[in-house]
Design a binder for this molecule. Structure first.
Ligand SMILES: NC(=O)c1ccc[n+]([C@@H]2O[C@H](COP(=O)([O-])OP(=O)(O)OC[C@H]3O[C@@H](n4cnc5c(N)ncnc54)[C@H](O)[C@@H]3O)[C@@H](O)[C@H]2O)c1
Length: 354
């Protein structure tokens, strides 16, 4: 199976992973059409797709996944063969400090609307729901355990809980109506075009602003890092060859704690550890994530291509050579992660009063 002569409907394609996915598919399949349906929230950025925006195989539809009429209209007009959903509220800090309602609308109601449309469609071959390892909760730092596809969901923050809600709806639509849906759980991504509220571009922008690097808690929280194009390739395989009703974990075996990431960033800027500032921990902060991706490796033949250290420094270079991209987002959305400053203020206040 190939995507040539097929139409792929991408939800949330103007964000970080979605834009990388669209670019990689257009580069690989000359006869594919991609429809990108995106609400263009603060993290949706048309600059991420500037290079493909005039490609006749690509078009943008501005819309909201929580609006069932808009979803029905886009299915009716374009009659997609494949559907993939990246559209989500994705920032854990926002789900805590700004509120979880938008997360429920987009991450649960949005998935419901897409499932309903796929169920009505006679044409969709596969729908891939892009989800996260955060639905599985937290692992102990001193354990060797990893998340498998049968690990029980135990989300600790509203972001993860709403993603889990969407995933469970997918499961039920397959079991009840045979809707051809696959759910993926991927670990933390890094690479170009990531909105700078997320750890790696956040630390880089702090350095560029000559500001200290804030670290939640003791900085020892571990994430399992994957280069974004390795994730995109796994999603391509899930769309083409994934078994409907199945779940696939995606990870590249690169466990690093936040402090290690901060120190690698500092070394690139030739600065010492005094640039790290510990701040009060985030509530519900999961200690460790680690993905067992043996199923997708064995069943779909996927393997990550990128070495962590090299891809990490290449990513840093990308942000350094694309500071105009950062500046234009800053102009539109202001400070990147105001929530961490809330915690900084909290810590400073506590110090003064103690
Ligand atoms: N970034 C990671 O490390 C990571 C890891 C695992 C899984 N994921 C999952 O991958 C997906 C994409 O993540 P990302 O990092 O690219 O996110 P992102 O925040 O960069 O992009 C999200 C996109 O969705 C769009 N969107 C938001 N609400 C919408 C709505 N109501 N209707 C239509 N479009 C809407 C935004 O405009 C944006 O273009 C998410 O589902 C996320 O849960 C991300």
């Amino acid at each position: 199976m190939s995507f040539n002569h097929k139409i792929i409907l991408v939800f949330g394609g103007a964000g970080f992973i979605g834009s990388n996915f669209i670019r990689s598919i257009l580069a690989k399949y000359s006869k594919t059409k991609i429809v990108n349906f995106d609400k263009l929230t603060y993290s949706g950025n048309l600059d991420n797709l500037k290079d493909v925006s005039k490609d006749r195989r690509y078009c943008l539809v501005k819309g909201d996944v929580a609006n069932s009429k808009q979803i029905a209209a886009v299915f009716k007009k374009y009659k997609p063969d494949f559907v993939i959903n990246f559209a989500a509220e994705t920032h854990v800090d926002r789900s805590i400090h700004v509120g979880a309602l938008e997360f429920v609308r987009t991450n649960v109601e949005g998935v419901f609307n897409i499932l309903e449309a796929v169920k009505q469609s006679k044409k969709v071959i596969k729908y891939v729901q892009v989800s996260t390892d955060e639905v599985y909760g937290s692992l102990a730092l001193d354990s060797k355990k990893k998340f498998t596809e049968t690990t029980v969901f135990a989300p600790n923050v509203p972001y993860a809980a709403t993603k889990a809600g969407g995933d469970l709806l997918c499961r039920s639509y397959f079991s009840t109506w045979g809707v051809p849906v696959v759910v993926t759980h991927c670990s933390n991504n890094y690479g170009p075009y990531q909105y700078p509220e997320k750890l790696i571009p956040f630390l880089i922008t702090r350095m560029l602003e000559n500001k200290k690097l804030p670290m939640y808690g003791d900085g020892k929280n571990v994430r399992d890092w994957i280069y974004v194009l390795d994730h995109c390739r796994a999603l391509e395989l899930c769309l083409l060859n994934g078994e409907s009703g199945e779940v696939y974990n995606i990870g590249a075996d690169a466990e690093m704690n936040n402090l290690q990431i901060a120190k690698m960033t500092l070394s690139h800027f030739k600065r010492d550890d005094s640039w790290i500032e510990f701040v009060a921990d985030r509530p519900g902060h999961d200690r460790r994530y680690a993905i067992d991706s043996s199923k997708i490796r064995k069943e779909l033949g996927w393997l990550p291509d990128h070495n962590f250290k090299k891809a990490f420094f290449d990513t840093m270079e990308w942000y350094l050579t694309n500071q105009k991209w950062i500046d234009s987002i800053r102009k539109k959305t202001g400070v990147f992660n105001p929530h961490i400053d809330l915690w900084r203020a909290h810590k400073i206040k506590n110090k003064k009063s103690s």
